[in-house]
Design a binder for this molecule. Structure first.
Ligand SMILES: O=P(O)(O)O[C@H]1O[C@H](CO)[C@@H](O)[C@H]1O
Ligand SMILES: O=c1cc[nH]c(=O)[nH]1
Length: 302
């Protein structure tokens, strides 16, 4: 065979170190099989919060737990929905999105991309810290643009829109940042549908909970004024309202792989007032109900 002859189309596209399966042919970390993933996937960070969503299902058809990834797939008012816990931070989000996409868009037998690709609706529900005095603890909040101050997306070839690039450039010129930022918008139609009636704004995602979020314990914080500067940043009517540890990667990788994503949360602390929620998990329940209702709402046809 000539060195330059084309690969046979039946040969795997993805090698065994890139696409790793367990003995039972489930995917490496999520431990799931393709038929266990619905087109709508809700994510929560905390494994203990998966039941807050699946308790609202008519019935649960699949339950799988591996590491921090607990999955329940079932029907909510007749619509198939998967809820899965991710653990905290963007590194878990990267694993989750790659493995969900592989499950739905790769033939795991041949290790080749499927001819027809599935587009998932991915909805993250979490807790957030508010950077603005007028967004108090308890507020429901939907994230539009997410600024990433982690370095994850440097490892992927992906494109920001002109508006996203412009936001990053403005930020770099106004705020002393520890890292070159990236920026990614959620999916417009999902934000409109599932986010109906919920306050919207922009978020910054941090690669950690303590020093990256300005928390001071037995060390010195390198950028002690970062949160104040981010909160004050206002150019071309763009404000940053909140902080979390996942949304930037959630939006960027979802878009890169062709899925729709939105991220919403409850404000559980406010950096300006110093207020913090006592029972943050409990406060997620009304938000989960609202998002599920919005997601499955069928507009009346005339
Ligand atoms: O409420 P969750 O989804 O865990 O989200 C927020 O809370 C955790 C930190 O306490 C981080 O994961 C952060 O993003
Ligand atoms: O303080 C908080 C609360 C939620 N999420 C964060 O990342 N930080």
């Amino acid at each position: 065979m000539s060195l330059f002859s084309k690969k046979k189309t039946s040969e795997p596209e993805f090698n065994d170190t890139s696409l790793v399966l367990n003995h039972d042919k489930s995917i490496l970390h999520l431990n799931l099989h393709p038929e266990q993933v619905a087109d709508t996937v809700i994510t929560v960070s905390d494994l203990g919060n998966v039941h807050l969503v699946s308790n609202l299902f008519d019935r649960v058809e699949h339950e799988v737990v591996r590491r921090e990834f607990a999955t329940h797939t079932g029907l909510y008012k007749g619509t198939p929905i998967t809820v899965i816990s991710t653990g905290m931070g963007i590194d878990n989000i990267e694993i989750l999105l790659n493995e969900l996409d592989t499950l739905v868009n790769t033939n795991l037998e041949t290790k080749r991309q499927r001819d027809s690709l599935r587009k998932l609706n991915l909805i993250r529900i979490g807790t957030l810290t508010s950077l603005q005095e007028d967004i108090p603890v308890g507020s429901h909040f939907v994230n539009e643009y997410a600024i990433g101050l982690d370095n994850l997306m440097k490892f992927y070839e992906w494109e920001m829109s002109d508006k996203e690039k412009n936001i990053c450039n403005l930020l770099k010129s106004e705020v002393a940042l520890p890292e070159t930022p990236y920026c990614s918008f959620g999916d417009e139609s999902l934000l409109q549908k599932a986010g109906t009636g919920i306050q919207k704004g922009n978020i910054v995602t941090m690669p950690g909970y303590y020093a990256p979020q300005g928390r001071q314990l037995r060390y010195k914080v390198s950028f002690p004024h970062l949160q104040t500067e981010l909160a004050r940043f206002n150019k071309e009517n763009f404000w940053i309202s909140a902080m979390d540890m996942e949304t930037s990667a959630f939006y960027a990788i979802s878009r890169l792989l062709g899925h729709n994503a939105m991220s919403a949360g409850i404000i559980t602390s406010n950096l300006v007032t110093g207020n913090t929620a006592i029972n943050p998990n409990k406060s997620l329940e009304p938000m989960i109900e609202k998002l599920l209702r919005n997601l499955t709402h069928k507009s009346k046809t005339k």
